[in-house]
Design a protein around this ligand. Sequence first.
Ligand SMILES: [Zn+2]
Length: 425
Amino acid sequence: MAAFLSRILTFAALAAIAFADGEDKAPLCDPGDGPDAVALRPRLLRRADSFTCPVFRSWGGVTDTCSGDAIVWNNRTTLNKHVTLYYLPHDKVIVNSGAAYLKTAIDLIAGSLDTGMPLYQQWGAGTNIYFGIVGDHDAYGSARPEQENEKLKHCEVVVRYPDPTAPQSEISLRTTKAAVHEFYHCVQYAQNLKGRNSGSSERRSWWMEGTARFFDGVIFPIPANINILGRGAFPEEYNPSVSLVEQSYEAALFWHYLVQTGIKPSEVNAWVATKLGRNSVKEDLVDIEGTPLFANNWLGFAQAFVDNKINYTASIPIPIVNRIAAPSPLQVSLSVGGKMNTTGSDVAGFTFNLRRVAFPASTVHSLEPPKGTPCSVRLVGDSAWRPVSSAFNFTTNSEAAQVEVVCACNKSVACSSRFLIERSR
Ligand SMILES: [Zn+2]
């Protein structure tokens, strides 16, 4: 295939018609006030009221120690203070699972917290976290900050007891991911309660859920043989036609891409620590247009997405569900000196699109990309993308050929994706 393609055409960089240097970068739950947690909280409050243990009553009041009905199963030194695991001894689901399964389940959850600890410990120093295991809960986990004078007093988490009747590899993965996912919400609250509370937009999910999902994926990636996808809950389900800031858990894919390019998870966390809630999608878009972490990496993300080449850490692939199908090519038929503007819809802020253009045999065309829109091109069948910032020539030999173009809008407003095409011979 490659030999065939190189025989029929070449890319030619001319004087004023240069490629930019090709840089081919290899690159659930519910938080307290997230969009879906608003509905969840009343259920938690009712549940909390039924617990006799002060830690669960702390949904309405606070005590640092737990005694009486609930069992303090384990105390773990962490974040300079502690995480405490609790469950109720008369929780029917837990009791009915049997003592052996209970031990397995608690070891699983405690072990996942231990696994997440080295990553989180440095970020949430001084945070008290209460961690409850409940037999029956609507979500795999939930987290909520207890605040005092606009500071985090402590963080409360509940995780659903792993269902003993579910496939164990699947339920183990869900449970371990939920534990470290909720744990990271506590880190978010500890570092940036203001950011979470500020603004009125309900669309905080892309950064609160997206980064929590990212970190649970760093710690517990989804292996190829376990299928837990659904409801847009995982990075595999990223939707390229929706702006990054209007996604939720699936936004984790972008963070995984960044780490693949060499950006450290701690840098992602550092950004989370400074992020402010906003009042609209538009304001979020303005934020990220002015943030190099987003604006400078958006085209690379688009390329990697098209190629389905984004990994969890440890090189475990993240197989993308919403792949972009190869578009029908625009057939170009110009006489020498003829010009045309390609049509097609604009690219919305922090989305991207993919198009193809088909050129007849034995012609030279120049393509001028839309000003201000980062785009990359390649010959259909090639693997490497070539970023383009100004017009470039495309030459076919004895056979027709196609190029594909990805344009990634790193702006707060829609970007043009219209190319000017001119035939020079
Ligand atoms: Zn969450």
